[in-house]
Ligand binder design. Sequence first.
Ligand code: NAP
Ligand code: MG
Length: 492
Amino acid sequence: MTGIETTESTRAAAGPVFDYAPAPESRDIVRLDPQYGLFIDGEFVPAAEGRTFTTINPATEEPLAAVAEAGPADVERAVAAARAAYEGAWGRMRGRDRAKYLFRIARIVQERSRELAVLESLDNGKPIRESRDVDLPLVAAHFFYYAGWADKLELAGFGPQPRPLGVAGQVIPWNFPLLMAAWKLAPALACGNTCVLKPAETTPLSALFLAQICQEAGLPPGTVNVLTGAGGTGAALVSHPGVDKVAFTGSTEVGKEIRKAVAGTHKRLTLELGGKAANVIFEDAPVDQAIEGIVNGIFFNQGHVCCAGSRLLVQESVADLVIDRLRERLTTLRLGDPLDKNTDIGAINSAEQLDKIRLLADVGSEEGAQRWSPPCELPSRGFWFAPTIFTGVSQSHRIAREEIFGPVLSVLTFRTPEEAVAKANNTPYGLSAGVWTEKGSRILWMAQKLEAGVVWANTYNRFDPTSPFGGYQESGFGREGGRQGLEAYLDV
Ligand code: NAP
Ligand code: MG
């Protein structure tokens, strides 16, 4: 599809400009069925009430498949199957045997990773370069990592005989569909729990392929169940009395509702919610690397990233230089077909999300910030939003306070490190932050002062299964990843 043209000034500076030939990844490797059932007790079954919904490719609006919509009777069946597996084969299994299943799942994910990457890009709209090089390797790494813990739980620091919690009800969002499924399932299974997973309505397919992989790996029936559906399915799952543990990743708004729904019950809860992270650039930062970090921070996955560096705080003395370089860099980003291997920016996941991004961007202009996007032709079908930066943003602007969850960067400036910290922490969220400086002592000082679960130094959006991830304040509580991630699934 369309590449982005460079502006005249960059063109003059950079010499002759070459365009890329199309390099589409073939979608033939994915064989889609016209219809998908729910995965309950090791089998694919239609929803009890026979309801279905359609999932589409957001880059083309083409329907991909009809998917079963789980109602209360299906939640009942899935929770019962998970309970039976917990009291049966999976619950009785020794850690070293659970590990074998997790290793097997990890290896099948690797074997089928090209197929899964194409599927994820089709259903979600993210560039194949990201699903292939980021999402899929991390999915396999998560299963490998937690497989390694399954027979060593007594060494994890949670007592001599840590026990699982029972049946976990897990609800995940659409921005990293398969990766969020792995973040939920791998630690839960390693600890000996059984799971009922509810993927997001707009991206149900990769979780269903993962269910096939569980079948292929010979996982005992009922150990993992997948209930596709909308918000109502998620609400029915988290409020089911047979669920012992609720794990949710999604918006702060829904997280608050879930917290109310489980209050006063025996259920344990972890919430991974939204963010409005500051990416802080000091005047001594290596500018070229920082520019790459800013771009990766906010334009990776179309900005549909809870820990996105959506507020750029740049020291005043270098602000003009950084903004000029950033604009130049943005003119080289390529927006278009997610399956093209040269694409940097894919489609927005849904019409609803596109409306939300447009609305907040319009508010940014109305409130007096200066909006800029590179020249960028948007495809006529599908959901698209050009990479956008706002300068002249003040802390009271909505675009500096609210999560946009799209490719929109708000730029603010600061003069002193103290001012940077005060501005960075001036948010109800607290998931992540970035610091760019040559000074090691300043990195450590900032990391102590920033109220954020993850602080990246001279890098951004880096993930690893060994590293705990999670938030403060309205970004939620509990950690996923690392040894700490086991705690959420153990009775400690
Ligand atoms: P969302 O609307 O909160 O949805 C998340 C999941 O919850 C979806 O599966 C959704 O189903 C389901 N759901 C909706 N209403 C529910 C209810 N009342 N009870 C139970 N489940 C319900 O969030 P989203 O728009 O999909 O995702 C974007 C948000 O997730 C952003 O705010 C982002 O920051 C956050 N996020 C956080 C992290 C993190 O680790 N902290 C990671 C990724 C995303 P439907 O899909 O059918 O609506
Ligand atoms: Mg879809």
